[in-house]
Design a protein around this ligand. Sequence first.
Ligand code: HEM
Length: 536
Amino acid sequence: MYKKMETSNLYINPSLNSKQQIRFIKLLRTSPKMLFSMNLFAYFVVPSFIPILVTITYLKWLSSSSRTHKNLPPSPWKLPIIRNLHLVGKNYHRSLRKLARKHGPLMLMHLGSVPVVVVSTAHAAQEILKTNELVFLDRGESDIIRKITYGGKDIALSNYGEYWRQLRSIVVLHLLSNKSVQSFQQVREEEMTLMIEKIQETCGSNSVVNFTKLILSFSNDVMCRVALGRKYNGKKFNTMVEQFKQLVVAFSVGQYIPSLSWVDELRGLHARSQKIAKEFDEFLEGVIEERLCIDTKESVDHQDRSFIDILLEKQKEDESGFQFSRDTIKAVILDIFVAATDTTFTALEWAFSELLRNPLVMKTLQKEVNLLAQGKPKINEGDIGKLEYLDAVLKETMRLHAPAPIIPRASSQDVQIMGYEIETGTRIVINVWAIGRDPAIWEEPEEFRPERFLNTSSYDYKGSHFEFIPFGAGRRGCPGTQFANTLIKLALANVVYKFDLALPGGENMDMSESTALTVHRLNHLLLVATPRSKLN
Ligand code: HEM
């Protein structure tokens, strides 16, 4: 009855004329939510059920709202069935900020049947992440996520509980402790040197370097070596990772309107998640077998142990009494790999973009690294902590371009926040990006001015100041903060120390954003690098 479009993976009513079909596809491409609503309304529901469905839902909605006399946070006006889903735009952090400006710092939205509270100021974030922390430690359930995380055996997306608590403490103590992060210094420095060499090769010919690809492969290679024991960067591996990331943010109709889960089946979402879960599982099984084989043959040197080796060792020791299944190991590795690679790459990409857009900042940073390096061939990791301006540049980048612009949490009990009732099971979305650009906190918030972070101890990465929380806060805050900062600063310091960077042909810097798990640049960052003649 419906025709599947090759390019869009959609089902199109063939009775439409070609003009109508083209208009339909254009509309769908404008937004995943639009994709859902158009598919749902125009092509499945309208022809037969819509009058009945709308009436029933509307009456139900009217009766439920008149029954509850709770003081719920302000909400935008709702449509029947999809309710506020149509209001979430492609750049969700931006559309949520726009809505919050109208409805307030704590805004209740209904995405289908799922209540979501959007948090848009530092004060409201503090109420959630600190004052009522214990109520908001869950992440919220999703069928798709469960499928690709071994039934919720991972750390980042699983709900709060004993399992998560024990797993997190193993990760924090054994994989991401200060000592463990330091033990990977050689890996970071080797990969940084390789990246510099790659840029160097382009210099003589004055050719354009695709910085996006370069830094993506840098963070990918570092994280592969750290988490998996060696590099994996073939096309098959990269495609698998990309598809996984797309799936994490894929829009699931069933998640918002459970009675319409069949739409997900029709769109092939479940089949796709099963396929990717299987591919990843086979890959990770291969990695584990390889590590076990190396370990038996040559007993991995303490220095060369990857995260997977450490977890396999913990499983053997069996001291903690924690159920360390192989699925747990695979889920944690997958989690860390995805959580770490995309975020560090995104932060680096925006940092270089802002430096290019702000030549004075670039000059000041180059001066600082010159002074520290005193003509040495490179800046070592041990010296990075002395670079105050670099620290300010990174903080300013994270304020304006939080790599994870939204922190997802969920409430585990009824609670009152800022005088409003939040019910059990409500999803929480903390708009870190909007908080970072709030004019009530930041002077000239849209300007890139690292100086605002100089000579102040007010802002750190620990999440103790809710105006600045790119790594989240509290018990569920990012455990990879130190790892990420060390890696990003090492790369930034050395690239600006060795090269002057420019846009090819003196173009204007395009700062458009993508729609993805992390918000990175929409278009690749293409630059021309020139070796700096005077390094002191
Ligand atoms: C610029 C880099 C990074 C940024 C901006 C970032 C940001 C975040 C944020 C916002 C969260 C959620 C925090 C919350 O709910 O309060 C998070 C969680 C997490 N991050 Fe990161 N992250 C980065 C790098 C890394 C790295 C390098 C690793 C590991 C090597 C890592 C591992 C994790 C894990 C495992 C979680 C889940 C924690 C939990 O749910 O208990 N991240 N990160």
